[in-house]
Design a protein around this ligand. Sequence first.
Ligand SMILES: Nc1ncnc2c1ncn2[C@@H]1O[C@H](COP(=O)(O)OP(=O)(O)OP(=O)(O)O)[C@@H](O)[C@H]1O
Ligand SMILES: [Mg+2]
Length: 397
Amino acid sequence: MAAPDADEHWAPPSARSQPHLRLLALAVRDFRNLERVEVEPSPDATVAAGQNGQGKTNLLEALYYLATLKPLRAARLAELIRFGADQARVEGRFLIRGAERAIAVEVSSAGTRQAYVDGKRAESLEDYFGGVSVVAFTPDDLAVVKGAPEGRRALLDRAVFNRFPSFLKESRDYSRALKSRNRLLRDSAPDAYLSAYDETLARLGARIWMRRRQLLCELAPLAEKAFAAIGRIDSPARYRYSLARLHPEEHSLPEPQLCTRLGEALRARLPHDRDRAFTSVGPHADDLAIELGDQRARAFASQGQQRALVLAWKIAEVENLLSSLGYLPLLLLDDVSSELDPDRNAFLMDYLARCGAQCFLTTTEPALVRRAASPSARWLSVRAGTVSPSHPPASQP
Ligand SMILES: Nc1ncnc2c1ncn2[C@@H]1O[C@H](COP(=O)(O)OP(=O)(O)OP(=O)(O)O)[C@@H](O)[C@H]1O
Ligand SMILES: [Mg+2]
């Protein structure tokens, strides 16, 4: 089957011409190696270019942390603070559905964070997050197909969080309950203690299953379509949820039954879990199964195929946010162009140029991302933690 024409699939719907989300200004203080950076991004593409180790990813990481309160790279929060400084601060002025809003976050050396909306301490995370969403695409993402299930769950959960901001709290509550249960297992606590936790864990776990299921229901068909549009691979892609130690059909139960089912599974696996001092069933043990044709991509897909599978997922995430929330997220692309082969990079750059999202790209080779950057693009040069305006690369003959 011939790959569908990309233009036919990704023709700009009208919402693209109505920007609901724009970053107007970004100010960063003492975040990693960035001592003091102020950026006024382009409404289209902003490209941060520089040699290795200068602070390009740090700049994207600051913006990602501001928008999600989750570190882009696995880290203790205190690692985000510039060596020798007391606290890191990132502030962004956004235009959200026509209204300007300043949101800021500070991280202290004790590893705690404080979020602000329009200069006031944010009362709740919902308050803080209203309307800001970002999709990041990094070289680490490109490795998730082959990697451990943890990476695929994180890929899935980042998409769930964008779609349902309350998921941040829900997944934290679940992790906390899981940690407590695992501690009780390690301490050989009596059954009565454990069953008190199981009720909470089952309720929170069922909610996570519901969120992931709804997201996959929306996103999987879009990712499968995007994968076909990327082209050059005849086999279709499939993205589906893989439940650990439960029958696949159980995933389609309504939430109250999911809760009951998880409670039963926790009880049934208790002797086993006591032996291992670890909870073996629940959303933390599941996987996002990615298939190419009839085969598991994890075991059989080539490197180029794996990267196309992740690229399709990211494009689907953007398209899904547009159709479900009505606006495009900010896109952060960290040095992905050097990791993709020329055809797929060209596909991605064309998509970015056409999709209408505000994007932020980093690169060591400006020529690779030139296609994404319209004349309104802003070019930045990053050197030893300082960021200054620069020029687009000279166009090739
Ligand atoms: N907390 C911190 N304080 C000061 N410097 C830090 C901190 N954390 C990381 N760095 C420094 O930041 C630099 C790396 O920055 P970054 O990862 O943004 O580089 P990059 O420009 O993206 O490079 P590459 O092209 O290799 O990806 C390293 O020199 C590292 O030592
Ligand atoms: Mg980098």
